[in-house]
Design a protein around this ligand. Sequence first.
Ligand SMILES: [Zn+2]
Length: 240
Amino acid sequence: MSNTYKQKYPLIWKKNNFYIKIFCSIPNIATGIILTTEQATFIVDPGDGILRDLNKDYSAKEILKISDIFISHGHHDHVGGVWSLLTYLSVMKKKTPLNIYFPKGCLEIESIYRSFHEVYSSELSYKINLKEIDNSKSIRRKDISIKPFKVNHREPSENNKTSFEVPSLGFKFKNNDKTICYGGDTAYCDELVKMAKGSDLAIIEAGAEDENESDLHLTIDQATQIGKTAKEYFLVHVPE
Ligand SMILES: [Zn+2]
């Protein structure tokens, strides 16, 4: 049976100054998330359209405040907007450095950055720090601590008979005593269950077309069960 669940975007959640907006999260099309606090402006998974979405809500001056980008994995629907975002920040003369955190072994980000650097390095107005990360340590940026955790995201091989693992991470963001757990793309995994539990907000993918796909993505039932262990939850990445 295919899904009848439809998610409407954008999704917005706010507690005190801790704010997150999911502009969209549509499998094979695009994801795009902004997370802000009193001090921080982060982008998570800038898929295609991120610049257009940011431009609707924020001034150029506000967009220039983006200091950190977090990438859950390298699939095009999660990184398709990186090039245009990096270019825009330079065109608008960003001066402060930009950190891009991405899972160790994520070739897409390395390759986008390499090509970008080749074209623009002589005129780039700001410094880009590529930060290859794994789940071994937490990161502290501005007034947010970020705990990366390993998830289980696989991609079918060409013959569709086997699948291989995609370097991927979820992130738990903490500001003061509030936490947001973002699982990225993943099949059911204990680490996500553990991290989502008790979070103030859990953002859980429900990307499986049906039960047969549950080794690649979460089904609606699985995602709902995990989501319910958090105080609030959003289901995202639901096939349309
Ligand atoms: Zn993916």
